[in-house]
Write a protein that binds this ligand. Structure first.
Ligand SMILES: NC(=O)c1ccc[n+]([C@@H]2O[C@H](COP(=O)([O-])OP(=O)(O)OC[C@H]3O[C@@H](n4cnc5c(N)ncnc54)[C@H](O)[C@@H]3O)[C@@H](O)[C@H]2O)c1
Length: 364
């Protein structure tokens, strides 16, 4: 039976003041959209982001609320220095991450540091400084690997095909173990392909939808790899933000892990066609898979999001046609804050100079 929730209650149960939310990775794509929405709802918002090179951090993402959002530039692995922010939070949204599957295969150690080690330290700090706090962790569909059946529900076997999926799974388990031990009140969302305003379209290895939008903003024809029939369920960022808000609010969620996917399963070439026609660009071309990507291609994927509908009342509302239109409109206005005119923004190799935290050299 479908149950609509009340909108997020913004009163802290302890103090009665506006809810204080801490968002890790809040200068990135999804975190910044969440931060802006929380400000609209009247929350006190603090963002922690270390601005990892070649991740999606962009100060412009928070330009809609420059005074309302407190920004701390710090790595979440240095969580001891976040004692005050963690202990004062009514809710923590944990989105800090390196999301690139390709980077993770090129530099597994770097991915492990960013997605597993830093997360373990942060989870332990939350246990210490704010026992029992609700923490909502952003996991990924990538943990499931090549689907054994479709749509993929939460009971699907875990079998990631890249290091990013392995380390994200480890981090998700740190949260769930803390919840099982009664140390944290953790909820995990396994997100499908998210798209919308504030995606890092300048970073070529963050995902297919960002690449599509970058190409379209430059008026180039899109390229689809494989036969183009692989299914995906793109989910618009406003819907994802709504899932985070619901995950923050529900008192005693029966399940702790929820899949969050888009409203429709669409073939990649259909996605490319819809996006191209919304941008007024010629139809996409289909190419064979490049060798380096084939090894961690997962074929078709789409989510079964019925559990989160049943338990948290969430469902995706924005169809791809509408969401991609809104996305292109955003970048038409704000493009100069995302793409440098003289840079082609292709090629996925991180360089030692560009690397965060000097970990690339060690990984080579
Ligand atoms: N975008 C998607 O399609 C998608 C899909 C599945 C899951 N997710 C998950 O959602 C979350 C947010 O993704 P996004 O698309 O907004 O990514 P993003 O790259 O835009 O933002 C991630 C942010 O985290 C920051 N960060 C990384 N490691 C950090 C650390 N150790 N300390 C502090 N800050 C750190 C980066 O600087 C960046 O600003 C991630 O956990 C990601 O795995 C995203």
């Amino acid at each position: 039976m479908k149950r609509e929730l009340e909108p997020m209650r913004l009163r802290s149960r302890d103090t009665g003041s506006c809810k204080r939310a801490l968002i890790t990775g809040g200068m990135g794509f999804i975190g910044s959209n969440l931060a802006l929405r929380l400000v609209e709802l009247g929350a006190d918002v603090t963002v922690v982001d270390s601005r990892v090179v070649d991740c999606g951090s962009n100060p412009w993402n928070l330009s809609g609320a420059p005074r309302e959002i407190k920004v701390i530039e710090r790595d979440i692995s240095e969580a001891a220095g976040l004692q005050r922010e963690i202990s004062e939070s009514d809710v923590i949204f944990n989105l800090a991450s390196e999301i690139s599957h390709i980077h993770s295969m090129q530099y597994p150690q770097r991915d492990c540091e960013l997605n597993a080690v830093a997360q373990l330290r942060f989870v332990q700090a939350c246990e210490r400084f704010n026992p029992g706090v609700r923490i909502v962790y952003a996991s990924t569909r990538q943990i499931y690997g090549i689907p054994r059946y479709l749509p993929v529900d939460e009971a699907h076997p875990i079998h990631p095909v890249d290091y990013n999926g392995v380390h994200k799974y480890a981090a998700m388990m740190y949260h769930l173990i803390a919840a099982r031990r009664g140390r944290l009140d953790a909820v995990v969302l396994c997100l499908s392909n998210v798209y919308g305003p504030r995606m890092a379209i300048n970073i070529p290895c963050q995902g297919v939808l960002g690449n599509f939008v970058r190409g379209l903003m430059r008026g180039t024809r899109l390229e689809v790899f494989g036969n183009g029939r692989q299914l995906r369920d793109p989910v618009y960022v406003d819907d994802v933000v709504d899932a985070f808000l619901r995950a923050a609010e529900v008192r005693r969620p029966r399940s702790r892990t929820y899949n969050v996917g888009g409203p429709d399963a669409l073939a990649l070439r259909k996605i490319a066609q819809i996006a191209s026609s919304a941008a007024g660009v010629a139809a996409p071309v289909i190419h064979p898979f490049p060798k380096e990507r084939k090894s961690f291609d997962i074929g078709s994927y789409y989510s079964d999001s019925s559990l989160i509908l049943r338990e948290l009342g969430w469902k995706p509302r924005v169809k791809f046609e509408e969401g991609i239109g809104r996305t292109l409109e955003y970048y038409r206005k704000e493009l100069s804050h995302y793409l440098e005119p003289d840079c082609d923004h292709t090629g996925c190799k991180l360089t030692e100079q560009k690397s965060a935290r000097g970990m690339i050299a060690a990984a080579l």
